[in-house]
Design a protein around this ligand. Sequence first.
Ligand SMILES: *Cc1c(COP(=O)(O)O)cnc(C)c1O
Length: 233
Amino acid sequence: MVYENYQKVQENIAAACQKAGRSPEEVTLIAVSKTKPEEMIQELYDKGVRAFGENKVQEMTEKYEHLPEDIQWHLIGHLQRNKVKYVVDKAVLIHSVDSMRLAETIDSEAAKKNMVADILIEVNVAEEASKFGIGTSEVIPLIEQISSTLHHVRICGLMTIAPYVSNPEENRGIFRLLQKLSVDINDKNINNVTVDVLSMGMSNDYEVAVEEGATMVRVGTGIFGERNYNIAR
Ligand SMILES: *Cc1c(COP(=O)(O)O)cnc(C)c1O
């Protein structure tokens, strides 16, 4: 069942790409497996799926230990600085960098491991008080600061969590704004930073996000079904 859902989402992505004149290869579907058992991840893995998303450090590292090592784990949730050391070499991409201090911690932990960590800047486009991420006007200064001082992080793009809305069309403007911001950043050519990755769109609104230029969509419920936060974690 889970794989059928996954395929259905892929088909919807392909249709959205076609509508927007994009190639489906430009879009990576991240299967957001938070709260879901390892067996479900293994089931998708056995069908060839490699990109999974988790939002909690402990849950990600446990699954990392138990599951095949070529899984690409995306850390999509808020990251506390004291937990960076556990994930910096396990996540292929950290989607949730929203401060210089966090970037500095990632940089120093990556340096210890002799690696460069790939990151996205989380932008709170809708400026919702309940959400992490920085305001749009803070993005370019943060990218300038990170790219001019830190050598063990690489800024790959931008991420946003759009509000939960009943009609996904309501989020189109947010996705468009993030896409436009990425173009502005690339035009400025800040210390050779190019933001190619746009991580935007979830179960509710990923098709609209793809139409507006998403290169990564993070889909949980649409693949694994509703989450039950009362069991397990
Ligand atoms: C849980 C989560 C998702 C997936 O949400 P669904 O609505 O279940 O698709 C995507 N992004 C982030 C950051 C999440 O925490």
